[in-house]
Design a protein around this ligand. Structure first.
Ligand SMILES: N[C@@H](CCC(=O)N[C@@H](CS)C(=O)NCC(=O)O)C(=O)O
Length: 231
């Protein structure tokens, strides 16, 4: 199997965290750089976004669907909890992180440049994130992890989402909404010490560093030139 993934992509980081935590070693990580950065990735996967899992029968897009596929492929290592209610809780928290946090922050990233920013867009989307953080505050349990006392898919989705709340929202001129919460703040402090959480956060940091210092741009330019020569 192959996972099309990028260091900086929070949706990819979520799937990588699950792969590391499940101890899956037969998935190669790759990204067709020229295609992805020139808007031609839809040739590989019609949704045109990463992550994408490539399996023998074809491609599987959407991080949440890939996460469930991996759980079903390796049921003995599945990360969705044990009891029916626990499994529902994992799905609810994963959806809060994905739909209400990550998606809204991600859509707002086009507003990062203060001189080109639409404050109305920022207000709309960041308002949704703050509401999502409120929902998370009400749904987090009292155990060591997001749901109960074991690492689940809920943690894999929450880590990149909270990482973005902390890192990206201040860059949009909005306070980090984790500050001022009780359960979310305590959870966030604790989960960052988990080895798999720490690993994907380091990868996202590296992706950000590559973007800021021009390494990514250089890699993209070289890949596009190579693709042109091969065409
Ligand atoms: N709902 C999707 C979102 C994936 C997504 O938006 N990925 C971003 C990178 S983090 C992407 O590929 N963006 C490229 C684009 O929008 O063209 C998922 O959960 O996998």
């Amino acid at each position: 199997m192959k996972l099309y993934t990028g260091n900086l992509s929070p949706y990819s980081a979520k799937v990588r965290m699950q792969i590391y935590a499940m101890g899956i070693t037969d998935i190669e990580f790759d990204l067709p750089v020229a295609e992805f950065f020139s808007g031609k990735f839809a040739k590989r996967s019609p949704i045109g976004r990463i992550p994408v899992l490539v399996v023998d029968e074809g491609v599987i897009p959407e991080s949440e669907v890939i996460a469930e596929y991996l759980d079903e492929l390796y049921p003995e290592k599945a990360m969705v909890g044990t009891t029916l209610k626990e499994r529902a809780d994992v799905r609810v928290i994963s959806r809060i992180a994905d739909v209400y946090l990550m998606n809204n922050i991600f859509m707002c990233l086009g507003q990062l440049m203060p001189d080109k920013r639409s404050e109305a867009v920022v207000e709309l989307l960041m308002g949704q994130v703050k509401r999502g953080i409120g929902a998370l505050e009400n749904h987090l349990g009292d155990g060591d992890f997001a749901v109960g006392n074991t690492l689940t898919r809920a943690d894999c989705t929450l880590v990149p989402a909270l990482y973005m709340c902390q890192g990206s929202m201040p860059r949009l001129g909005v306070d980090n909404p984790i500050i001022g919460t009780t359960k979310v703040a305590a959870y966030w402090e604790k989960i960052q010490k988990n080895e798999f959480a720490a690993k994907i956060m380091a990868e996202m940091e590296k992706g950000m560093q590559d973007r800021l210092d021009g390494t990514e741009a250089k890699r993209v330019k070289e890949a596009i030139e190579k693709a042109k020569q091969q065409a």
